[in-house]
Design a protein around this ligand. Structure first.
Ligand SMILES: Cc1cc2nc3c(=O)[nH]c(=O)nc-3n(C[C@H](O)[C@H](O)[C@H](O)COP(=O)(O)OP(=O)(O)OC[C@H]3O[C@@H](n4cnc5c(N)ncnc54)[C@H](O)[C@@H]3O)c2cc1C
Length: 301
C-alpha cells in the first residue's frame, strides 16, 4: 500500500450509493477534492502507479462488483461555484445539471431547460455531451463556450469548446479510456444567448419534467439510456422490436416503459447488468443485423 497523501482520502468506500444504478463495489481510495487539492492527489496516484477514476453524479456509469482499484475522485459535492460573468454562466464541474438549468432561468435565459431532467454534473455533461438524441440541437455542445481542465501533470488549461469536438454523446475526452491519465474537467463556461421571460422558461422546464415522467421509468434505479442510437434510430426501437422489454437477468430488467433503460428491480449486480447488456447486443444483432454500442461507461472498461 502506498502511504496516504495529506488530505481527506478514505479507503474501501462503497461506490454503489454514488451511482444512480446503486450498483458497484468499493473504491480502493476515494477523495472529494477541492480545486487546489487535485494536483497533489494526481501526483500521489502517479507516484504510486494507481489508476485515477472520476465520478460526477454516477448517472452514466456501471461500476464492477469488485469495485475500482486506485483513486476515485468524486466531484458531486465539490467544485460547486456558479456565477454570471457578462454573457456567460461560469460553473464548477461538480454543479448538478438541474441546478445549472435553474441558474440560467434565474438570470432570465432560455435554452438550458432540457438539463432539468438530466441527473448528472457539468463535468459529466461535457464528457458525454449530454442532451437529446442525434440531430436534436438541445445538447451541451450548443451552450458550451469553453472548459477548464486539470491535465495529468497537474497543470491548468482553458480549452475552447470546439477543441473538444462534441458530437452525439461524444467528446474528445473519451479518446482516453477511464482509469488512464486524461484531462479532468474542473469548470465550464456556458453562453447566455437566448433571453427569455420567466413564465415561458418555467413552462418549458415543467414540460420537460412531465414528458420524462410519462416516457421514462423514474421510480427505480437506472442509468438512463444504456445504448447509443445507431444510424439515427433510437436503440429502444431495436430492443423493443426484438421482444426484449421485460427481459430480466437477476435483478436487472429491460424496462417495460422504455426499452433502452435497464432497471435495478432489487439488488442487481454489475454482473447481472453486463450479462443483460450482452444478451441485448446479441439478440438485436441476430434479429436486425444491427450492432448496438453502450452509451453507459463500464468501469473498469
Ligand atoms: C434518469 C436519467 C435520465 C438521463 N437522461 C439523460 C438525457 O436526457 N441525456 C443524456 O445525455 N444523458 C442522460 N442521462 C445520463 C447521464 O445523466 C449523463 O450522461 C450525464 O451527463 C452524466 O453525468 P455524471 O456527472 O453523472 O457522470 P458520471 O456518470 O459520474 O460519469 C460519466 C463519465 O464522465 C466522466 N466524468 C464525469 N465527470 C467528469 C469530469 N469532471 N471530468 C472528466 N470526466 C468526467 C466519468 O469519468 C465517466 O467516464 C440520464 C441518466 C439518468 C439516470
Amino acid at each position: 500500500m502506498p502511504p496516504l497523501p495529506p488530505g481527506n482520502v478514505r479507503s474501501g468506500v462503497p461506490l454503489a450509493p454514488f451511482t444512480t444504478w446503486r450498483i458497484g463495489g468499493p473504491a480502493q481510495y476515494l477523495a472529494e477534492p477541492g480545486l487546489d487539492e487535485i494536483p497533489a492527489l494526481l501526483a500521489w496516484a502517479q507516484s504510486a502507479a494507481l489508476p485515477v477514476w472520476v465520478i460526477g453524479r454516477g448517472s452514466n456509469i456501471l461500476i464492477d462488483d469488485a469495485g475500482l482499484p486506485g483513486l476515485v475522485l468524486l466531484l458531486r459535492n465539490t467544485l460547486q461555484d456558479v456565477r454570471r460573468e457578462g454573457d456567460f454562466l461560469v460553473t464548477g464541474a461538480g454543479v448538478s445539471l438541474p441546478r445549472l438549468a435553474k441558474a440560467a432561468a434565474a438570470e432570465g435565459y432560455a435554452g438550458f431547460e432540457f438539463f432539468i431532467g438530466i441527473p448528472g454534473t457539468v463535468g459529466g455533461a461535457v464528457f458525454m455531451n449530454a442532451g437529446f438524441g442525434p440531430g436534436d440541437p438541445r445538447d451541451t455542445k450548443a451552450l458550451l463556450h469553453s472548459v477548464d481542465l486539470i491535465l495529468p501533470d497537474g497543470s491548468r488549461e482553458t480549452r475552447a469548446a470546439e477543441a473538444l469536438h462534441l458530437a452525439y454523446r461524444k467528446s474528445d475526452l473519451q479518446l482516453i479510456p477511464d482509469g488512464a491519465e486524461r484531462p479532468l474537467v474542473v469548470g465550464a463556461c456556458f453562453v447566455l444567448s437566448q433571453p427569455g421571460d420567466q413564465a415561458t422558461i418555467r413552462d418549458e422546464t415543467r414540460r420537460h419534467l412531465q414528458e420524462r415522467k410519462e416516457k421514462q421509468p423514474l421510480t427505480r434505479p437506472t442509468a438512463g439510456s444504456v445504448f447509443r442510437a445507431s444510424d439515427g434510430i433510437p436503440a429502444a426501437i431495436h430492443i423493443q422490436q426484438a421482444g426484449l422489454k421485460g427481459h430480466r437477468i437477476g435483478d436487472a430488467m429491460v424496462s417495460l416503459k422504455h426499452a433502452n433503460w435497464i432497471e435495478n428491480v432489487g439488488h442487481a449486480t454489475a454482473s447481472d447488468v453486463r450479462r443483460l447488456i450482452a444478451d441485448i447486443i446479441d439478440t438485436v444483432h441476430f434479429r436486425a443485423g444491427i450492432h448496438l454500442f453502450p452509451e453507459v461507461r463500464i468501469l473498469p472498461p
